[in-house]
Design a binder for this molecule. Structure first.
Ligand SMILES: Nc1ncnc2c1ncn2[C@@H]1O[C@H](COP(=O)(O)OP(=O)(O)OP(=O)(O)O)[C@@H](O)[C@H]1O
Length: 699
């Protein structure tokens, strides 16, 4: 019965009617009783206590006082009239002030009669005042049934204009609570409720609207936040499990010649423990019979490339082909050169395919792919073209996940009748917890250790006015045999201006360092010219690389030890971290100098301080998330975590972790939620899946 009641259109609620229903629908998407119940306050006014006037503090929040008006007068000033009333209790005096509505107040307020007043106080020249207080006669105050903590609901201009004030919403809420009799069915199992000491669903819903006190509010919030995150996690984990069951993958059970030969004879360095662990994870995943869909996270320079290569060798050992796709041409070329070098003694056919590959060569590549002569294909989006057909693609490695969407990943899948295993590498660490909640469909491996001997990059912030000292430093480093990057921002809207900045910068550097060779790389150059310039820098024919952010990801020149970032305040944190990652890749001490003007916003200051304080990509990602919120992190759009109603992915991190833990524990025990004890969860879950929104499961 309650089900039907909750489905009642909102216009049938007492005090609503068709006009208000229309506004509620338009402004707040509230159509049924259920939607109203799910409309939560965004804050509360605490009216649980009373203040005496001599207890008021200069910066107190809103306070409630009992006293009487003993005197009223109009005060005229240049800026206009105001009505001032002396309000006293047995400890002192407070001024009540009105700038508007004088007539009504003078006619209606009673002198020498006890009132409860509520509002924010100001302190000026030894006197406390309260502008436009809420007032109620003590007699009425006692009569009215009320909640001590008053909810404040989100509002819009239109709502207020149409008379749907906070008070009106409160009344509607009380009405709907009464009508439904708080008979919401439970959506969590008794065991879970007991284990986590949660309050029952109905009590939580009531207290989120009309909390009796702070303690109950906290309990209600915890219960509802947990519930929200729990069901999201349940969905993500379940999807992941189903994916594993359903999607068959190639079973790579062989570890053979290529892998072993490389591991035993050609590995240029010892793998770090993290690399070994991750390779094991990948190997067992690809040998499980299900399709691998794995995210490989590793900080800049943590050595993801070798992991990718060894995974590809496993594919080859099982008589499959592999491909590696990178977001830019420069990166593809670099991967190509790097892998060629690593595989020098392995007798493998490795080819490069990008937008600039010539037609004849392209044709040859297409042919050799189909007949299986090419073992590893490296390239850009060009790999996704329909013409590119493999004989048997077993593993696709995708570098820099953020630049490729889910749809593109899917396109790679279609290249086979059985989808290849997919390994997505990203150097832009996403905070662990967020990654868990975003990529329920991906498993995650983390390389959380840098190769030995790396010295953390020393990072400093310098103002533009100190440029001469910075130039002197560059000179010293180059004299020691090092190379230097100077990077300029490039923001699309003002590409022309940035281009000019870059050119001006280039000229001033050329003037300052006539004795050094300089490379320049920017987005408007032809690919061939870019490669030429890049190549000169890689071979150390040039000492300074002046560039825009095209070099942001993955460029690997271990001898480069200084990164100068111009207008650093214009870059986001993850970008700064990526850029800094271009140095510190060799054994020498490296430096990153963040140049800015003097005018800095608070956020810019936080970014610069974070960069100078830490080299840890995960720590930086956490700060970034706090500064920008998850909305700006790519990929969050599709995940649904943004539609959270009550939980906050950043602030409620620990609740998220616990929700994830319990969701996975329950699914491990009972994947289909078929046990009796999980009936309530199953019911709520099925409603959630049906309605595609987390908050439709109150029933
Ligand atoms: N175990 C190791 N011991 C020593 N050097 C290593 C090790 N693993 C990788 N390297 C070297 O570290 C450098 C960085 O490795 P790689 O380019 O794979 O990093 P990455 O994780 O791809 O970083 P980015 O995302 O910044 O490109 C390379 O020069 C590589 O040869």
């Amino acid at each position: 019965m309650i089900q039907n009641l909750l489905q009642t259109p909102i216009e049938y609620l007492k005090g609503v009617g068709p006009n208000r229903a229309e506004v509620l629908k338009k402004e707040l998407n509230i159509k049924y009783f259920r939607d109203l119940i799910n409309f939560f306050p965004n804050r509360y006014i605490d009216k649980t206590g009373f203040y005496k006037i001599n207890q008021l503090q200069r910066n107190s929040a809103e306070v409630q006082v009992v006293g009487k008006i003993v005197h009223m007068k109009m005060v005229e000033q240049k800026r206009g009239k105001r009505l001032v009333a002396d309000f006293v209790d047995d400890t002192g005096k407070l001024e009540l002030i009105w700038f508007r509505g004088h007539k009504w107040i003078r006619e209606n307020l009673k002198l020498n009669t006890p009132y409860v007043i509520f509002g924010k106080t100001n302190w000026y020249n030894g006197v406390f005042s309260m502008p436009h207080p809420e007032m109620e006669l003590v007699a009425d105050y006692k009569k009215n049934l009320r909640t001590a903590m008053q909810p404040v609901y989100p509002s819009t201009e239109m709502l207020v204009k149409k008379g749907i004030t906070n008070r009106v919403v409160m009344r509607m809420m009380q009405e709907v609570m009464q009508q439904t009799g708080l008979k919401f069915s439970e959506s969590l199992s008794a065991g879970l409720i007991e284990e986590l000491k949660l309050i029952p669903k109905a009590e939580a819903i009531f207290n989120i609207h009309f909390p009796k006190n702070q303690e109950l509010l906290a309990k209600a919030q915890f219960r509802l936040k947990f519930e929200e995150l729990f069901f999201i996690q349940l969905q993500l984990i379940r999807r992941n499990l189903m994916h594993k069951q359903k999607i068959k993958g190639f079973n790579f059970d062989q570890i053979g010649e290529h892998f072993n030969d490389f591991y035993q004879n050609h590995l240029p360095f010892d793998l770090t423990n993290a690399q070994k662990r991750v390779i094991k994870e990948i190997r067992s995943d690809m040998g499980s019979g299900a399709q691998m869909n794995r995210l490989l996270q590793g900080d800049v320079g943590s050595g993801k490339t070798i992991v990718a290569l060894m995974s590809m060798l496993i594919a080859l050992d099982n008589s499959f082909q592999a491909c590696l796709m990178a977001p830019t041409e420069i990166l593809s070329i670099q991967h190509y050169n790097g892998l060629k070098e690593l595989c020098e003694n392995l007798a493998l056919e490795i080819r490069l395919l990008t937008g600039s590959t010539r037609t004849a060569e392209r044709r040859e590549i297409h042919e050799k792919l189909v007949n299986g002569e090419i073992d590893i294909l490296i390239g850009t989006h060009a790999l996704l073209e329909d013409k590119v057909k493999f004989k048997n693609l077993g593993l696709a490695v995708i570098d820099e996940q953020h630049r490729f969407g889910v749809a593109q990943r899917a396109k790679l899948w279609k290249k086979n009748h059985i989808p290849p295993h997919v390994l997505v590498m990203t150097a832009t660490p996403i905070p662990r917890t967020l990654a868990m909640s975003l990529y329920g469909d991906l498993d995650i491996s983390v390389i959380d250790e840098l190769p030995p001997g790396r010295k953390p990059v020393k990072t400093v912030h310098r103002f533009d006015s100190n440029r001469l000292k910075v130039f002197a430093f560059i000179r010293d480093e180059i004299k020691k045999g090092r190379q230097v990057y100077v990077v300029y921002p490039l923001i699309q809207e003002s590409e022309k201006m940035d281009y000019k900045d870059l050119m001006d910068g280039y000229e001033s550097i050329a003037r300052e360092f006539p004795d050094f060779q300089i490379s320049i790389v920017h987005g408007q150059m032809k690919p061939a010219d870019k490669d030429y310039e890049m190549d000169r820098f890689v071979r150390a024919e040039t000492q300074i690389m002046v560039a825009t952010t095209v070099i942001e990801v993955g460029v690997n020149v271990p001898n480069a030890s200084v990164m100068i970032i111009e207008s650093a305040e214009r870059f986001g944190l993850s970008q700064l971290h990526q850029l800094r990652g271009r140095v510190g890749r060799g054994a020498e001490q490296s430096f990153c100098i963040l140049m800015t003007g003097h005018k800095l916003s608070n956020d810019s200051k936080t970014r610069l301080e974070t960069m100078t304080a830490t080299n840890d990509g995960f720590e930086i990602a956490e700060v970034d998330l706090k500064l920008r919120g998850p909305g700006d992190l790519m990929g969050t759009q599709q995940s649904g975590v943004l539609n959270l109603k009550i939980a906050d992915i950043v602030k409620d991190n620990s609740i998220l972790q616990s929700a994830r833990y319990y969701a996975s524990r329950i699914l491990k025990e009972d994947p289909n939620l078929s046990e009796e004890k999980h009936a309530m969860i199953k019911h709520a879950y099925s409603r959630l899946v049906q309605n595609k929104t987390i908050w439709n499961y109150i029933s």
